[in-house]
Design a protein around this ligand. Structure first.
Ligand code: FE
Length: 292
């Protein structure tokens, strides 16, 4: 009789939910209504994540103003669209349209000026924007893009009732997402579970992570607890090297996102995120001098 399963189980430390965040309604850009989950007073930061916004509306008045020309320096912006279309253009001549199910992982690095505008005048627009910090040694790197449409993102059909869109990172079944080479080694999985289905995933212990429930309700089970996260709530994952998620509703859709903790000082001013105040002042000087 093999002892492997018992030994394996003892090495697994399932993360529990440390905190549930319901998000703060706000607006940004030229007046886009959104809900902020990271980067608000309730959860100012989840190192290396600096911001998570969720936007969703059928009313063009909520989104049509978009995010006209603005700069970024020192981190990465990640846009994942669930519905609608967003046009993106930058000062280096790069541009494109992100459509439903598509991802854009933009490394702002030393500086970029771009606009993000709805490519529609009516209908539903929904999605996420996540900001992922860069370590000090990469903050002034060359700007770069990873952009993939829905049909370029693999879907792992793990078991009946468990489907995973793998955007970045590798699942424990070996499915790898198309976004590669990101310095914080992120995982970004969009998981769909049918009633009673569950999934266990490994997350390196030096990663910080969260779940965001897009539809339905889930429970996150550790060896000592079972925590419920409801629709439109973010659950901050505690310490451990795995996560166990179970659907508590007829259908659940949940984002599982994690990345390596940086443990560096954060100096933040609007769209600039550096390590020191002096570097922020330099960013403002460079931007005003047209050096982005
Ligand atoms: Fe932006």
């Amino acid at each position: 009789m093999s002892t492997t399963p018992a030994r394996k189980a003892s090495q697994i430390s399932r993360r529990k939910i440390e905190e549930v965040i319901s998000g703060q309604p706000t607006s940004d850009g030229a007046g886009v209504r959104l809900t902020r989950y990271i980067g608000s007073q309730f959860l100012p930061e989840l190192d290396p994540f600096l911001l998570l916004d969720f936007f969703e509306s059928d009313d063009p008045n909520d989104y049509i103003a978009g995010f006209p020309s603005h700069p970024h320096r020192g981190f990465e912006t990640v846009t994942y669209l669930l519905a609608g279309k967003m046009r993106h253009e930058d000062n280096a001549g790069y541009g494109g349209v992100i459509e439903a199910g598509g991802i854009q992982w933009m490394t702002a690095g030393r500086g970029i000026i771009h606009s993000e505008m709805p490519e529609q005048e009516h209908g539903r627009l929904a999605g996420f924007q996540l900001w992922v910090n860069l370590p000090a040694k990469e903050k002034l790197c060359e700007p770069a893009y990873h952009e993939y449409s829905q049909d370029q993102i693999p879907v792992e059909h793990r078991t009946p009732g468990v489907d995973i869109n793998v955007i970045t990172g590798t699942t424990c079944e070996g499915t790898t997402g198309p976004v590669k080479g990101v310095v914080t080694s992120p995982l970004y999985f969009d998981i769909r579970l049918s009633s009673g289905a569950s999934i266990e995933e490994l997350i390196p212990s030096h990663h910080a992570g969260f779940v965001f429930v897009n539809e339905g309700e889930i429970s996150v089970r550790s060896d000592t607890s079972s925590d419920t996260v409801a629709a439109r709530q973010l659950g901050v994952l505690g310490a451990g090297n795995a996560v166990h998620i179970e659907a508590k509703s007829a259908y659940a859709r949940v984002l599982l996102v994690a990345a390596q903790v940086l443990n560096e000082p954060v100096a933040r001013y609007g769209p600039f995120v550096m390590n020191t105040r002096a570097e922020i002042e330099q960013a403002i000087t460079d931007f005003n001098a047209g050096k982005f």
